[in-house]
Write a protein that binds this ligand. Structure first.
Ligand code: 6YU
Length: 489
């Protein structure tokens, strides 16, 4: 039976490709992958708009080495880039001496002061990530916890500048959390995220993430992956036990029958479409998980210049506002009304020099401000960025020759960038509910079990947000089917 079972995978991102590859390796022959867009990769998007060298519009790094199957795969096949400093960096804990921090009056900040504040910020976030928060912080947002803990340190009262750098740290951390603000993120629940040892910023070589995807697909038989096949509805038989267990209907009207379907669509897509994607509708626990887990936006702004106008040793230009949007008081006032739209650009943390592209900068922006930016023209975004760079650095900033802006929130099949845990949400419960296959246990007699399975980064309790999380969940769901058929030969 395992050789002939009809298996469908919805989505050709990392989770979908990992699932299909695992099924083929175990001898399943009747596997088809339906991908909505005209290319595979999903939130991995390696491209070459600035010449022969790649840039990544989506995921950049492999987070961690020990126990990371993607790192092992990349290493085994020689796909890693061995110089860690050649990567884009934009996080407080990744602060390097080559990052230049500027105030909006054009003054460069003292690197010693910057390092001191970033180090404290690193210690405070590590406490949250290692589940070492005091009880009084457990119900708070990450933003409120950080503010209170910072206020208790002498550094907080040492200068206004220290507070401004701290605001930059929080703004930058929003990139990690894909949140509009750290005041929305749970302080206690991020302890469930597990950071694998061995470096946060492992970089791939000249083929980028695409080379890893190619590796996964190397044994796919021809015609397995069908592009431009958006799935409109997944009709599972729930308790009825008649006909094919699952019928998948695509937007072009084509229908596919299957014994099992592995759904890997992003949490963002499920938030928008789950109510019509499944027939019968999803059970309440799953609807709750889709609603309760957060899915935020991280966007990149690439600016290509004719010449480099920054010093050669500069790895990034970081922007420290007098009053930035992650300042508690500013955040509180911006939560009312729409004024944040007028100052959306204040959410940009900075611009990093892009690896292998000495005249290209990459800006980072998150949350609702990123979503607003996506509605503007690239020309307008470029002009705003040039004004920012001129104001902060006083270097001779030229007009960019090309501006390229990612639009992950408006991508119809990503609907955002990655998962975060909002305040008040039980992360483990919701990730597990999202991962549970349908029909839920107990499965009535005569009804085929494991009709609809769920993979994708949001379904991993410890590695959500990451590419290795996506990969592991694809393998996990394939393995669930392999085990089922091993037990029911
Ligand atoms: C990482 C990193 N990284 C930057 C940016 C983004 C993401 N991530 P997919 O969505 O890929 O696949 C689903 C497919 O399904 C897709 O092809 C769809 O078209 C298709 N589909 C959907 N609906 C369909 C339908 N109806 N019919 C048919 N097909 C359909 N991760 O490890 N390193 O550097 C970054 C980054 C800008 C947008 C990232 C990074 C996230 C990963 O990209 C993402 O998790 C996986 O690619 C998802 O794969 P998938 O298969 O699940 O879905 C607490 C705590 C926090 C600690 N944080 C740790 C670090 C956070 C990550 N850091 C990120 C930074 C960057 C720069």
């Amino acid at each position: 039976m395992s050789k002939t079972a009809r298996l469908l995978v919805v989505g050709a991102g990392l989770a979908g490709l990992a699932a299909a590859a695992t099924l083929f390796e175990s001898g399943f022959q009747n596997v088809q992958v339906l991908e909505a867009t005209e290319k595979h990769g999903g939130r991995i998007d390696t491209t070459r708009p600035f010449g022969p060298d790649i840039i990544e519009l989506g995921a950049n790094w492999i987070h961690g080495q020990e126990g990371n199957p993607l790192y092992s795969l990349a290493k085994e096949h020689g796909l890693l880039h061995e110089d860690p400093l050649a990567s884009i960096m934009c996080l407080p804990t990744s602060f390097t001496p080559e990052d230049y921090f500027f105030r909006e009056d054009g003054q460069q900040l003292d690197p010693v002061e910057v390092e001191r504040v970033c180090a404290l910020f690193g210690q405070l976030t590590t406490r949250a990530f290692s589940c070492e928060l005091e009880d009084r912080f457990l119900s708070k947002s990450l933003g409120h916890y950080l503010d209170e803990a910072f206020a208790e340190d002498v550094l907080a009262n040492s200068s206004r500048e220290a507070q401004q750098i701290f605001e930059w740290c929080k703004r930058s951390e929003c990139t990690d959390e894909a949140s509009s603000s750290l005041y929305e993120v749970s302080a206690s629940q991020i302890g469930h995220y597990v950071a694998l040892q061995g470096g946060f910023f492992n970089t791939l070589g000249s083929g980028g993430y695409q080379a890893l995807l190619d590796l996964l697909m190397r044994n796919f038989p021809a015609g397995v992956l069908l592009y431009s096949k958006p799935v409109q509805q997944i009709r599972w038989t729930c308790g009825k036990g008649v006909g094919p267990p699952v019928r998948v209907v695509c937007e072009d009207g084509q229908e596919y029958e299957a014994d099992h379907v592995i759904v890997t669509a992003s949490l963002g897509f499920l938030k928008e479409k789950a109510s019509t994607l499944f027939e019968p509708p999803l059970p309440a626990t799953k609807v709750g998980a889709i609603k309760n887990l957060g899915f935020g936006t991280v966007d990149k702004i690439f600016l290509q210049f004719e010449h480099r106008f920054w010093p050669e040793d500069c790895a990034g230009i970081q922007l420290v506002w007098d009053q930035g949007p992650e300042d508690a008081a500013v955040h509180a006032s911006l939560s009312q009304g729409e004024a944040w739209r007028d100052t959306w650009y204040k959410k940009i943390c900075g611009f990093d020099v892009v690896a292998r592209h000495p005249t290209v900068l990459c800006g980072w922006i998150t949350g609702r401000e990123a979503e607003h930016m996506e509605t503007l023209t690239e020309e307008d975004v470029g002009e705003v960025c040039v004004r920012l760079l001129q104001t902060f650095t006083s270097w001779p900033v030229q007009k960019p020759t090309r501006v390229l802006v990612t639009k992950w929130r408006h991508h119809p099949y990503a609907c955002g960038s990655y998962t975060y845990i909002p305040c008040g949400v039980d992360a483990v419960k919701e990730h597990q509910a999202l991962a549970e296959p349908l029909p839920l246990d107990p499965v009535p007699a005569m009804v085929k079990p494991l009709q609809v399975l769920f993979a994708g980064e949001a379904t991993h309790v410890n590695f959500y947000t990451t590419t290795h999380g996506a990969y592991i969940t694809g393998v996990r769901e394939a393995q669930r089917l392999i085990n089922y058929y091993a037990d029911h030969q």
